[in-house]
Design a protein around this ligand. Structure first.
Ligand SMILES: [Zn+2]
Length: 484
């Protein structure tokens, strides 16, 4: 299959460039995955959704996409949250087991969230866990040592930033005036230069460790991605992606590690997604505007509506998340679903034709198709792609009001809806009913009351209240409910 040319903004050059791949027709794509010590928040999900959009667009454009997303399952915060309960004398096996118990739980939750927003696990080619790639990380550090770009100090190993002339190329750092403070690692070890970053962290009491040529320790976060990406996708990768917050230092350091080892360019195209704000403010726990997907579900929002709200905005623009925005997304989806049902049905001529402004529906669909794919091929311009789709819906609805569309025209419209749904995954999906969840909780509360477990029955009532469900206990022992 011939591939459609795609143009994408490249953070390296700060311009939109044609995508050129090492192997024609194949795209290798590396995306930084979650650090699994907590539920993903909606800002994280925005990044994963934009990468899903990229992948679906590439696949629909005829490319084979080899997508690798890592799971960071060893990292400072994971260690902090998993080791607290263990006594200081706990051995390494127990420490690893505690870390694994935490990361397995949140990895599972992460994939559940991805599934809910129509990012299936089987859409990834590789989903490596960092803890399974220790030999590759150690080998990569050894290569850097051999190239004079890494040095050991008291059991830790650092990257010698001064040894790589193009360090700063991605973040466009001015080496002379480089804000060195920005890259300071929390670890207070003895480095040659304050801008040098850690590749291997010496073991500290109370932490899990692996054996290495430098003694016991664990990998730094940056080396994990370089090692997994090079192992699974190769020493030349077409696209590397993440949120804009990863440009510096994480991606800059990945370039330093991979290119310092191989001596040539690692990634051709760096593609970054913008942040998400909540009601105009940066999302934070202290502001009380911090949401996970689970929170949105509890509030009664369909994850697919959230997906659409995100995808309908351009990935390089700040997205201001709001409940109003979700409502607008829900209305847009409803409009497309209604149109889809209308096209599935048989048209009835209103008998008002011939209409002087009658259009050729098949030609009109072709125009929309071209506009839709051209917009996506132009740096994933989803607002424009959707505008093409909605203009078509308006035109065909208007035509169908006057001169019933033929079966062939309806089928052509349905085929185009399926084509666009392969990207947006919003139709023919029907909004998930939350009623079954509510009924199950009411039943659990009834059982708790029957067992005189008042604490539990109160807790379930509070949970339902948080979901906006009002209960009315009736004399006959049944409970009626309604949404607030
Ligand atoms: Zn990474």
């Amino acid at each position: 299959m011939a591939t459609r040319p795609i143009r994408l903004f490249n953070t390296l050059s700060r311009t939109i460039e044609p995508l050129e791949t090492v192997t024609p027709g194949v795209v290798t794509l590396y995306t930084c995955g979650p650090t699994v010590y907590n539920y993903a928040h909606i800002g994280n999900l925005r990044t994963f959704l934009f990468q899903d959009l990229l992948k679906r667009t590439l696949r629909a454009s005829g490319f084979e996409v080899r997508h690798c997303m890592n799971i960071t399952d060893v990292e400072d915060k994971i260690i902090r949250d998993s080791q607290g309960e263990l006594p200081l004398e706990a051995d390494n096996t127990a420490r690893h087991a505690a870390m694994k118990a935490l990361t397995e739980r949140y990895t599972q939750a992460f994939f559940e969230d991805l599934e809910a927003v129509a990012i299936p696990q089987n859409s990834f080619t590789f989903l490596p866990r960092a803890t399974q790639y220790l030999p590759q990380m150690i080998q990569l550090i050894e290569r850097l040592e051999k190239n004079g770009l890494a040095y050991a100090r008291e059991g830790s190993v650092y990257y010698r930033v001064a040894g790589l002339p193009h360090y700063g190329c991605l973040a466009h750092l001015d080496r002379e005036g480089m804000k060195l403070g920005a890259s300071v690692d929390a670890d207070e070890y003895d480095r040659e230069s304050i801008s040098d970053f850690v590749l291997w962290k010496a073991h500290k009491p109370g932490e899990p460790y692996w054996e290495s040529p430098w003694g016991p320790g664990r990998p730094g976060w940056h080396i994990e991605c370089s090692a997994m990406g090079m192992e699974l996708l190769g020493e030349r990768v077409d696209i590397h992606s993440g949120g804009v917050d990863l440009i510096f230092p994480h991606h800059e350091n990945e370039i330093a590690q991979s290119e310092g080892a191989t001596g040539h360019t690692w990634v051709t195209h760096w593609v970054h997604g913008e942040f998400l704000l909540v009601e105009g403010e940066k999302m934070s726990k202290s502001l009380g505007n911090f949401y996970t997907l689970r929170d949105l579900r509890t509030m009664g929002h369909d994850p697919i509506t959230f997906r659409y709200a995100i995808q309908s905005n351009h990935y390089r623009k700040l997205y201001n998340f709001s409940v109003e925005g979700l409502k607008a997304a829900k209305n847009s989806l409803e409009r497309l679903r209604t149109f889809r049902r209308r096209m599935e049905g048989e048209g009835e001529s209103a008998g008002q034709g011939p209409w002087k402004e009658a259009i050729d529906p098949l030609a009109r669909i072709e125009t929309a198709r071209e506009a839709f794919w051209n917009a996506l091929a132009d740096d994933l311009n989803t607002p424009e792609a959707l505008a093409a789709l909605f203009t078509l819906v308006t035109d065909l609805n208007a035509q169908d009001d006057r001169i019933a569309l033929t079966r062939a025209e309806r089928d052509a419209a349905l085929a185009f809806l399926d084509e666009t749904n392969a990207i947006f995954a919003g139709w023919p999906h029907e909004e998930a009913s939350l009623d079954a969840d509510v009924e199950a909780l009411i039943e659990a509360r009834r059982a708790a009351k029957a067992a005189k477990n008042w604490a539990q029955s109160d807790q379930i009532r509070d949970q339902l209240k948080a979901m906006g469900i009002l209960l009315e206990d009736r004399k006959d022992g049944t409970t009626a409910w309604k949404r607030a």
